[in-house]
Design a protein around this ligand. Structure first.
Ligand code: PLP
Length: 384
């Protein structure tokens, strides 16, 4: 199997030139979908060329890129490559988790208020089929989302299924504290890291979730349709969602595929989606992960925090801070209820500044290609 050569660190100064950006606009919407790095697009174009010439694809090519990406992704999860599976979406990854959680007693499932729907419907269905109750940690005057969650988890909690930051405004959950509380009451712990993985450091060793899933096309700057699933070693003997031939031991030998076997490949590989060999997507995701590791997740977070701090300062001075929850640093939300949404939308449109309106917030999510001048241009649309 291939091994990654050492990744050299970049200094995240002028990374702007490395991305494909709008010619005459300001993109502050990485939480929706990241623009592509030129290197990721180039990898995709080469990959399409390879797919167009199947006579040059060898048996090993069905597995090698996946193994390389597993090694790279393990570095951002702070896990081993054996703990990573490839899935098409968060909803798929969480369906894998739901299939493998066992409940011997009635009780409740704790989620956050206004959690992303892929991290809601699956638990709603699980609660319905297992006679469990959904219990939502409501945003309150508590000092943080962490406090809201700690106050909601009780002795009846069987599962806590949450993100690291809220997708609408970047409010942070202290996963170490909530994890400890979940452990104390004997609850499973499942994470949707789509809005934080690769922009906010995390370690599976420290947080120890049962399952953690993330898309690959936001802060992970990769293609759409290839997501990451971390599976704790204690669940790696579980049941996959589908029974792909590619996940079985010995699948590399195409002459013996009908010598059927009950044995799977090592670790979390049994949970890989069917057709995980994704000849066009894997090389793009590899180029994306290389970029993340070259920059370093901590450095990415501190660079983005400097950009969002300008907006947080503005919020404080304009008295726009609703409960002053700590944030993950890379996403900032401005509460719509205190703003004139119509006027702001029209100002943003005139300047071609792209942000998201999500729930009760204007969500601003810059990345390494943005500058303080662009943040100032956004703020002038709010102030005008
Ligand atoms: C927090 C979060 N989870 C998951 C997703 C995507 O879920 P799926 O891969 O199921 O479409 C998004 C997309 O915006 C998201 O913000």
């Amino acid at each position: 199997m291939p091994k990654i050569s050492d990744i050299e660190r970049l200094t995240p100064t002028s990374l702007r030139d490395k991305f494909i950006l709008p010619a005459d606009g300001i993109y502050l919407n990485c939480a929706n979908m990241s623009p592509l790095l030129k290197s990721v697009r180039a990898a995709g174009e080469v990959a399409l060329g390879r797919r167009a010439a199947p006579w040059s694809i060898t048996a090993n090519d069905w597995f090698n890129d996946a193994e390389l990406l597993r090694q790279l992704a393990a570095r951002v999860f702070h896990s081993t490559e054996n703990d990573i599976a490839f899935v098409p979406s968060v909803s798929y990854g969480l369906a894998v988790a739901a299939k493998n959680l066992k409940f011997s007693k009635k009780g409740n499932i704790v989620i956050l208020e206004n959690q992303y729907p892929s991290n809601y419907y699956v638990w709603h269905e699980l609660a319905r089929t297992h006679g469990l109750e959904m219990k939502t940690a409501l945003r309150s005057t508590a000092s943080s989302l962490t406090e809201c969650l700690l106050a909601t988890i009780d002795e009846q909690t069987r599962l806590v299924a949450i993100p690291n930051v809220h997708w609408m405004d970047g409010a942070l959950v202290n996963l170490i504290q909530v994890r400890q509380r979940a452990k104390d009451v004997g609850a499973y712990f499942v994470l949707d890291l789509s809005q934080s993985l690769c922009a906010l450091p995390i370690s599976m060793k420290d947080v120890d979730p049962d399952f953690a899933v993330s898309v690959g096309y936001k802060w992970q700057v990769g293609p759409y349709g290839l997501a990451y699933l971390y599976v704790a070693p204690r669940h790696q003997g579980g049941e996959p969602l589908e029974y792909s031939w590619l996940t079985r031991r010995g699948a590399e030998d195409f002459t013996k595929l009908t010598e059927y076997t009950n044995e799977y490949k090592e670790g979390a590989r049994r949970f890989d989606m069917g057709e995980f060999s994704q000849f066009h997507l894997l090389p793009m995701a590899i180029a994306a992960m290389r970029h993340i590791l070259e920059c370093g997740v901590e450095e990415i977070n501190s660079t983005l925090t400097k950009l969002t701090a300008r907006i947080s300062d503005f919020k404080a001075s304009a008295n726009l801070t609703l409960p002053g929850y700590p944030s993950g640093g890379h996403i900032v939300g401005l509460p719509l209820e205190k703003l004139n949404a119509g006027r702001i939308k029209s100002n943003l449109q005139k300047e071609n500044i792209i942000v998201s309106f999500r729930g009760t917030s204007i969500r601003v999510s810059p990345y390494l290609y943005n500058t303080l001048e662009e943040i100032n241009a956004f703020l002038s649309c709010i102030e005008r």
